[in-house]
Ligand binder design. Sequence first.
Ligand code: KG4
Ligand code: ZN
Length: 341
Amino acid sequence: MLLLGIETSCDDTATAVVRDGRTVLANVSTNQDAFHTKFGGIVPEIASRQHLALLSAAVQDALERAGAGIDELDGIAVTAGPGLVGSLVIGVATAKALAFATGKPLYAVNHLHGHIFAAYLERDAEPEYPFLALLVSGGHSQLVHVDSPVAMRVVARTRDDAAGEAFDKTARLLGLPFPGGPGIDRLARSGNPHAVDFPRHRAERDSLDMSFSGVKTAVKYFLESEAGRAAAPADVAASFQAAVVDVLIDRLGRAAQRAPYRAAVLSGGVAANSALQATFKAWSERTGIPGFIPALRYCTDNAAMIAAAADRQGAAVHADPLTVAADPNLPFVLPVSTILG
Ligand code: KG4
Ligand code: ZN
């Protein structure tokens, strides 16, 4: 199946052409960071206006790079939610128009499912079911039990900030530009992760949920203290990063004991983090559960992952171009009626 993917849930205007949910013929992403960085975060109004300005050209660009005419496509896959509503509607309206005009099938994909199926892009080996997915991005931190492409459930989530959000807020405290994850990652490489003992959120009773607002606040108070003013920023970055990674891998390990998982997937923008990747790989080796991490360009938001999810979910996400709508709160679990057809 040859699919065009469109992703505009947040601030990346992304398009892709993917064959069989695996082979990426084109992957186009126009990052809007330059427009948002001076505000220290994403401004929704600016994001949707940028999508509007960039998306048509991005669709053409992906088709050209793939050497494919629009008539050769087997369908159009678009992120229907969750995300910023003003951003989502630009992608959904564009995909609807394309599907309606060409008569091609339209697939309405959940952005978080996309992050999971990023693990299948340009890889020979695939995670076997059931697998556990750790999704860590700027908007989400959750563990997902995946039985099949259409049967998945969230088994743990953050109670407050997403891991990426904690990176972004802490980076701001350290005077690093938005988005903060890459800056902290880089700075932490020359720092000592044991320099400051920042608090780790503990698992509560039977819950696998996590929390990251405490560690961010601890960094804030530390930086205001005498010891903090004297501390090397690299040490603070490395210690903060270690605290976040510890919590994520702790919950991953606990969740993995609850079902006979045959694989684990680490995905989302924060999966680009070098310390998290190293700790995840070490955990995988220790437990013997095969670990999968998408290539960096497929960890952060992209449209190839949306096409990959649509390819595997097929009829369950097939949508009517006249009625489908963007849904900023799109439920994670697919309705039973669509799964059964
Ligand atoms: O998946 P993504 O591109 O967008 C969302 O769906 O949110 O994730 C963006 C998040 C940002 O918070 C960014 O700071 C974080 O991923 N991030 C990182 C790294 N690269 C990106 N966090 C930690 N270390 C990194 N190397
Ligand atoms: Zn994302």
